[in-house]
Structures are given as structure tokens and as C-alpha cells.
Design a protein around this ligand. Structure first.
Ligand code: FMN
Length: 429
């Protein structure tokens, strides 16, 4: 049985609190830039996953969406051994965190009510650095209550929640929103303008519309115009791309196409929380899974959560034999508690795994950026730049018809061979 099946004592002081604390400057919109972020994920975004994402290079981590009312009936407790903070409901922990992740932790709220959202935020304020409003979940349990993606068609309510959070929270706590694209780009830009004007620090855009299935390719090409639009508003708000990024290497492609300040990863991180690193682990079953289970036990993460997350991990099977993989998978599937996994993951403690994570986070030296920063990317030219280059070349050709065009790099698409309608419009302006 998990150590934290009983609520820990509210007054207990954790051993970790005795470590010298690194001082972090309050989170600002700049911290949301130039990074890879772990997306909010119900079930999959558990505390051990968030800690491993940080160890392997995520800049900030989002907690799973927690509905406002769910957190309001919890009691906060601190585990005296590990320092884990749990918000306990009647039968289970509704939200669990650890002070080591606080400088990087964004708590995602599900809400359709400004007052409840503020009450929920006040409950957990001491343990997080920022709040994010979920405006993208298309699942009926969310949209029936007017939450998640339902907010996209109720911008008054959406913005009133963000405004209420911004007004209620001290300046050192950031407020952000995560939306999906609307079917029309024009409507999306109108919505984005209103959201940015509420005073948020960052906006994540999941580049799918509410009706798009996860199997459909994210339409990341639509984001560049949104990024440029937000930049023109001049409030310094970070725009984070979300959708289909596979990890560190792939984020270059995403940033080149979109010009987004940062990239947020969900599904790829669910399969491999080390994907934020330029050298992600490949033999997950042999290396990562046993460590993850040990850490889960050490942190008192409920076995059902650790079990679920472990079954999502998928490495590239570099050296594990089929028989070993099968044996491990079957053991996880059949295990009813951590003890049932002993044969595969002993020796137990998990203390070493936790110490390594703490060390990796402390190596950031009070900065939020991981030691290996993202490579700068050469952004694709903006539509305005393309239009201006085209005009310059035309002038050059007219003035010196024999000379080569000033720019050799105009894509064929822009020279009229295959111009997407949005680009054609921009060039025409
Ligand atoms: C298991 C799972 C749980 C999710 N839970 C949330 C959530 O709590 N809040 C949210 O805004 N999005 C949630 N999402 C959506 C992701 O954050 C993300 O927007 C989406 O998966 C697209 O990113 P990807 O292409 O990297 O997977 C979830 C996605 C997955 C796969």
C-alpha cells in the first residue's frame, strides 16, 4: 500500500526543506520563452513524470487539469520524509507536488466560473509558480460544464476567468491560457487579442480545432500569423506551440515553421519523458521504467498512477530482448502494488533516483533554463518579409533587367507557383 494512502500530517516539516534553497526570480513571460514544456496531461502528467521531464530538459512543467471544485474540498499535507505535498480529497490525493518543482510548475485549472477559479488558485498558490486556464479540452465531461473547449465559444466568460485570476494573484504568480485553434483564422486572432489583453504572460495554442481528432495532423502552419499578431501587440506575451512535436530535435522544425517562442509536448512525453533532451533515453524498459517505479514508490505516488504511466512508456528497444520486454510488461500489468514489482525493480528505496533529479534541477543554478538550451533556429521569413523581398526583386529586375534577382531564396510557392491563400492575401495587402 502506498505510504500516502493516509493524509500526511499538515504540520510536518520535510527533510528536503533542510537543503539550502536556491533562490529563483519570480516567473515572468520571458521564462515561457526559448523552452520545451511538458504539457498538462490528466493521469499521465503525474509528479514522477514531471520530475523526470525536468531532469531531462523541460523548461517548465504543467500539472494535469484539476477542476476548480475538486481542489476546494481537499486538505493539504506534507510528507515528513520526502517533502511531497498532497492535496487530499475524501479517498485519494487530488493533486500532488514537491517543492523542488515549484519554480517550474504551472497548475492547470478547469473552470467555468471566475470565483471558483480564484478560490481554487488560492488553495494551491503557495506550491506553484503560475496558473493556466484549460480552454481546449473537447471531452464532454469538460465542455458540458462550460469548461475547456466550451470557453472558446464563450470569450466573455473565458476572459473574465483570466482577468479574475490576474487580479486575485500577486504579480509574482503568472496567469496563462491554453486554447485550440478556431475553425477560422480571423476568429482565432480576435479571440487571441482579447485573451492577451487580460494580462496573461503566456498563451499556448494547441494547433488543432475542437473537432479535430488527435490522429489528424496539427495545422502548425496557422500559428506563425498568430505569433506575429501577438508580438505586434507589444505586451511581451509568450506564444507556445502545441501539437505533434516529437522531442528536442523535432522542436527545431516546429519553431522554424511557426516562429513560436516555445514548444509544448504531450503525447511524445507521455511515451518518453526524456524526449526533452538532445539525447533521450532509448532503452526505456531496461533503464527508465525500473527507476520510474522506484521513484514512484519513494514519492508515495499511488501504484495505480505509476502503473498507468509505466504502461505508456515506449522506448526504441535498442538492446532489450523480446523476452525481457514481455516479462516486464506482464509484471506491470499484473502487479497490484509496488511490492509485486520487487523482482524487476529491486533494490527498492528510490532515494537515489530522487537525489539525481534534485541534483539535475539544482545544476540549473537558480535559472529556469536547462543546461542544454535550445539551438537558435533560422525562422522562415514572415509573410510581410516575403512580400517586401518580392517587391524589391521586382524593382531590381526593372532597374537592371540583366541582373540576377537580389534574393535567390524566395520559395517557389511565393513566386506564384503554389501560393497558399493566406500568403496570397498578405502579399496583396
Ligand atoms: C493523456 C493525455 C491527457 C491530457 N490531459 C490534458 C489536460 O489535462 N489539459 C489540457 O489542456 N490538455 C490535455 N491534453 C492535451 C495535451 O495537453 C495536448 O494539447 C495534446 O495532446 C496535443 O499535444 P501533442 O500533439 O504533443 O500530444 C492531454 C493529452 C493527453 C494525451
Amino acid at each position: 500500500m502506498s505510504r500516502r494512502s493516509q493524509p500526511p500530517s499538515p504540520d510536518s516539516s520535510p527533510r528536503v526543506a533542510k537543503r539550502p534553497r536556491l533562490e529563483y526570480a519570480p516567473l515572468t513571460s520571458e521564462d515561457y520563452k526559448h523552452g520545451l514544456m511538458l504539457a498538462p496531461m490528466v493521469r499521465s502528467g503525474a509528479l514522477p513524470t514531471r520530475l523526470y521531464a525536468l531532469k531531462h530538459g523541460a523548461k517548465l512543467v504543467w500539472g494535469p487539469e484539476t477542476i476548480d471544485k475538486a481542489i476546494l474540498h481537499t486538505t493539504r499535507g506534507v510528507d515528513p520524509v520526502t517533502g511531497v505535498v498532497s492535496y487530499h480529497g475524501k479517498s485519494k490525493a487530488i493533486f500532488t507536488t514537491h517543492p523542488i518543482e515549484k519554480p517550474f510548475l504551472i497548475y492547470q485549472i478547469g473552470s467555468a466560473d471566475p470565483e471558483l477559479a480564484v478560490q481554487a488558485a488560492k488553495m494551491v498558490q503557495q506550491d506553484v509558480s503560475g496558473f493556466d486556464l484549460n480552454c481546449g479540452c473537447p471531452k464532454p465531461f469538460s465542455t458540458h460544464g462550460g469548461m475547456g473547449a466550451a470557453l472558446l465559444t464563450n470569450p466573455d466568460l473565458l476572459c473574465s476567468i483570466l482577468t479574475a485570476l490576474r487580479e486575485a494573484m500577486p504579480p509574482e504568480i503568472t496567469v496563462s491560457a491554453k486554447i485550440r485553434l478556431l475553425p477560422s483564422q480571423e476568429d482565432t486572432l480576435k479571440l487571441v487579442e482579447r485573451i492577451v489583453n487580460t494580462g496573461i504572460s503566456a498563451l499556448t495554442v494547441h494547433c488543432r480545432t475542437r473537432n479535430m481528432r488527435m490522429k489528424e495532423k496539427a495545422v502548425i502552419e496557422r500559428l506563425r500569423e498568430i505569433v506575429e499578431f501577438v508580438e505586434r501587440m507589444g505586451k511581451g506575451v509568450a506564444v507556445i506551440e502545441n501539437g505533434d512535436c516529437l522531442g528536442y530535435e523535432d522542436s527545431k522544425r516546429v519553431r522554424e515553421v511557426t516562429g513560436a517562442h516555445s514548444v509544448m509536448i504531450a503525447t511524445a512525453a507521455e511515451a518518453n519523458p526524456t524526449c526533452f533532451s538532445p539525447t533521450p533515453l532509448k532503452d526505456l524498459e531496461l533503464t527508465f521504467v525500473p527507476s520510474y517505479i522506484r521513484l514512484g514508490k519513494y514519492l508515495g505516488n499511488h501504484w495505480s498512477s505509476t502503473k498507468f504511466c509505466s504502461t505508456q512508456f515506449q522506448g526504441q528497444h535498442k538492446s532489450a530482448s523480446r523476452a525481457d520486454l514481455k516479462a516486464l510488461r506482464e509484471a506491470i500489468v499484473h502487479a497490484k502494488s509496488y511490492e509485486d514489482m520487487e523482482e524487476h525493480v529491486a533494490p527498492w528505496t528510490g532515494e537515489k533516483e530522487f537525489a539525481e533529479i534534485v541534483e539535475a534541477i539544482e545544476r540549473r543554478g537558480g535559472q529556469r533554463a536547462p543546461p542544454i538550451a535550445l539551438q537558435p533556429v533560422a525562422p522562415a521569413p514572415t509573410l510581410a518579409q516575403i512580400a517586401s523581398e518580392t517587391t524589391k526583386d521586382q524593382v531590381a529586375l526593372q532597374e537592371a533587367p540583366d541582373a540576377a534577382p537580389a534574393s535567390q531564396s524566395i520559395p517557389a510557392a511565393v513566386l506564384g507557383l503554389d501560393i497558399p491563400p493566406a500568403a496570397a492575401e498578405a502579399i496583396a495587402v
